[in-house]
Design a protein around this ligand. Structure first.
Ligand code: BGC
Length: 735
């Protein structure tokens, strides 16, 4: 055959092969066409198969059609180790040690959406490399009480801050072709009785406090998946909740992705069919410590569903809707040939984790500019506290990680001190039960293993001749602390830490305290300690990030994403509402007055307010100005303020805009966060920060009319460096 005619034939063959490519396999076709084509080819059995798990973290694809499985992974701070097919236990791989990113409270404390984007991109790449197409995170439940064991996985007490921070995380994860599965929708604000408790909350609080971050995640972030919560709302489990999933999420917000159940969060086949759930995970297997193993066929959305269809008791309308959503997920992720390949446990990711950690560490107090460490004067540092060495990437529940490495605070300080020629001595000072025991019920109390008096005495003795003492304590992700499945009992530091701090303060005034936690803790010794940091769970590079702040290589710029109350009684959920409820219901009587909204209302002075965080430099705020004193309902006003670095170091300041509604037909918070901007300023430099206020920023949810309302009248734009450090105000009127 002549070359020309051979080529012609080959071309013809190729074109007709292409012409025969089924639409669902043709990535040039719109996703919705691919979805409909695949759906039309599937049997009912295949459809039911793809809407429930086949293993602890995966669901089947359609092998006959070449449609791959879905693989989920926790989330939200790193890619969880591979576990056995039907167990929580590790599979023993040697190639699954990940980068641990800072916990989401730390990210929120950066008040920097760019950090959120960096986080999303990096963790998305790790998920992608490990062939996971759904990342179980981020979490954006609101911080209602400092006792919630899972607050560390969330983004603080304010719906606006959480909204601004959750969106870039999702967008960047999904750019890598991995779905973000935002969790836990909704009202999952405590761990005690989480599987049964029914939340009673008014519509205003639901709309103004608990839903906005999820709404932003869906509408702005474009999340491809969302996880239902364990708890109930309106008497119905949130994983199959008509009002939350069908009425609000799918109808009102137009969510076109999949609703994934929390693991073991499904309780009823009929409700699961009709009330908006799309994929069922974690039911009735040994991993949940009840039921039978390999029981996937018995899942609520497995054989029982198929049976109902076969008997004609339910139709397939809902099934097709669920399958469409699962297919959409597949085409967006695994069957998108253009998605990148990802990368795993790279130096670049470790550095991203470090940068985020550095931006999130909050300097709470620094009397007389005690810090950064002056290495000309300080030649001998005593580090005290178990958290200087305790591994924080392990524990806490489902976010527990197997990491490539975790640089502890002590190691970070040692390395940095060595460079500066400073000696470091370490004493534990107190001790918690061994990590290995943290899952064991009735773990041996620390005083039974260690002599706590002796540990404390050794630390106090060593403190006497140290130039500087750095106490590194806080919580540690053990059961009953910052840990899934349980809440804290009170706000105090565990394991006798208060006494260690008090006794050290009595012998050495040069004492700094570093709290590692995801929650506010009580500080009865606050006036005796000149410098205090909140350093969160910072992951892989926790130690180097902390050291860079302590030694002043990096200027602290984090701000609190939640209020540190003096005591539990200052928290509305405890004073007015309930926690943990009566075992059946928990009433959020405090309504919209959560966090600083309550402190403002009752004029309660917090230990450290929302939005608070200090720097090694100083900032001076000018007088805020507004471009117009009046605003129309469809218009906007612009508020500007000059901020100047008046110190001698480059630093970043988070400028906050709060809006106050001076008179309204319904009770409104004294003020609410409606804008923030983190600006970097060199010494002497001034920048103008500008905020735009629109109708949305002035609106409240009118529960009678069931809609958002901006009432004409007087408002104030308030510029603050925190919720209590107010720098200036400008009045305006909505016409
Ligand atoms: C948690 C989820 C997690 C899931 C899978 C559940 O217990 O609530 O956040 O993603 O387990 O590990």
């Amino acid at each position: 055959m002549k070359l020309k005619s051979f080529l012609g034939l080959a071309l013809l063959a190729a074109t007709s092969a292409f012409a025969n490519t089924p639409v669902y396999l043709d990535a040039t076709k719109p996703i919705e066409e691919r979805v409909e084509d695949a759906l039309a080819r599937m049997t009912t059995e295949e459809k039911v198969a793809i809407i429930h798990a086949q293993s602890k973290f995966s669901s089947p694809g359609v092998p006959r059609l070449g449609i791959p499985e879905n693989w989920m992974t926790d989330g939200p701070h790193g890619i969880r180790q591979e576990v056995l097919w039907d167990e929580w236990q590790g599979a023993g791989w040697t190639s699954d040690s990940c980068t641990a990113f800072p916990a989401l409270t730390a990210l929120a404390a950066s008040w920097n959406p760019e950090m959120s984007a960096l986080y999303g991109k990096s963790i998305g790449e790790e998920a992608r490399y490990r062939n996971k197409n759904v990342l179980l995170g981020p979490g954006c439940n609101i911080y209602r009480t400092p006792l919630n064991g899972r607050n560390f996985e969330y983004m603080g007490e304010d719906p606006y801050l959480a909204s601004r921070m959750v969106v870039p995380y999702i967008q960047e994860v999904q750019k890598v072709g991995v779905a973000a599965c935002v969790k836990h929708f909704a009202l999952n604000n405590q761990e005690i009785n989480r599987g049964v408790i029914n939340v009673i909350v008014d519509d205003r609080a639901l709309r103004e406090i608990y839903l906005p971050a999820f709404e932003a995640a869906v509408k702005e972030g474009g999340a491809w998946a969302i996880m239902g919560a364990y708890n109930k709302y309106k008497g119905q489990h949130c994983c199959h909740n008509q009002y939350l999933l069908n009425d609000i999420l799918k109808k009102e917000w137009g969510f076109d992705g999949v609703v994934v159940s929390d693991w073991g969060g499904v309780h009823d086949t009929k409700e699961a069919i009709t009330n908006g759930l799309d994929m069922e995970f974690g039911s009735w297997t040994d991993g949940m410590r009840f039921g039978a193993s390999n029981a996937y066929d018995k899942y609520y959305l497995a054989q029982p569903y198929l049976q109902l269809i076969k008997e004609g008791k339910v139709g397939t309308k809902e099934l097709d809707d669920k399958v469409r959503r699962v297919l959409r997920l597949t085409f967006r992720t695994t069957m998108n040939p253009n998605r990148p390949y990802g990368s795993f446990a790279t130096e670049e990711h470790a550095m991203a984790a470090r940068t985020i950690a550095q931006e999130g560490i909050v300097m709470l107090k620094n009397d007389n500019n005690f810090f950064p460490i002056d290495t000309k004067r300080v030649k001998r540092i005593l580090v005290v506290g178990e958290n200087a060495e305790h591994r924080m990437t392990i524990g806490g529940g489902s976010s527990s990680l197997k990491v490539k490495y975790e640089l502890s605070p002590l190691k970070g300080i040692l390395a940095r001190a060595k460079e500066a020629g400073v000696e470091v001595v370490y004493k534990t000072g107190y001790a918690s039960p061994a990590v290995a025991e943290q899952d064991v019920k009735g773990a041996v109390a620390p005083e039974k293993i260690f002599d706590l008096d002796q540990l404390r005495a050794e630390a106090v003795e060593a403190a006497k001749d140290a130039d500087l003492v750095i106490f590194i304590g806080g919580l540690n992700k053990n059961d009953g602390q910052d840990c899934e499945g349980n809440d804290r009992k009170d706000m105090s530091l565990p394991y006798g830490q208060d006494r260690v701090i008090e006794e050290i303060a009595a012998v050495n005034k040069n004492l700094a305290v570093v709290i590692i936690s995801g929650n506010a803790v009580a500080m009865p010794w606050v006036d005796k300690v000149p410098t205090i940091f909140e350093a969160w769970y910072n992951g892989t590079e926790a130690g180097s990030a902390l050291a860079s702040i302590l030694f002043g290589d990096v200027n602290p710029s984090g701000k609190l994403p939640f209020t540190f109350p003096v005591k539990l009684d200052d928290v509305a959920a405890h004073k007015l509402g309930e926690h943990p409820g009566d075992g059946v219901n928990v009433r959020y009587n405090e309504s919209i007055f959560v966090g600083y909204r309550y402190a403002d209302k009752e004029k309660i002075r917090p230990l450290f307010p929302f939005g608070h965080g200090l720097s090694y430099t100083t900032f001076e705020y000018g007088k805020p100005t507004i471009d117009s004193k009046t605003m129309t309902a469809d218009g906007k006003v612009t508020v500007s303020v000059d901020v100047k670095n008046t110190g001698s170091r480059t630093g970043k300041e988070v400028v906050q805009l709060y809006v106050a509604d001076k008179k309204a037909s319904l009770a409104r918070p004294v003020k609410e966060l409606k804008g923030f901007d983190k600006v970097e300023l060199a010494p002497g430099e001034t920048k103008t920060v500008t905020f735009t206020i629109d109708k949305k920023a002035l609106s409240f949810y009118d529960d009678k009319r069931q809609e958002w309302i901006a009432e004409p009248g007087k408002f104030e734009a308030i510029i603050g460096a925190s919720a209590t450090d107010i720098k200036g105000k400008v009045a305006f009127e909505l016409k």
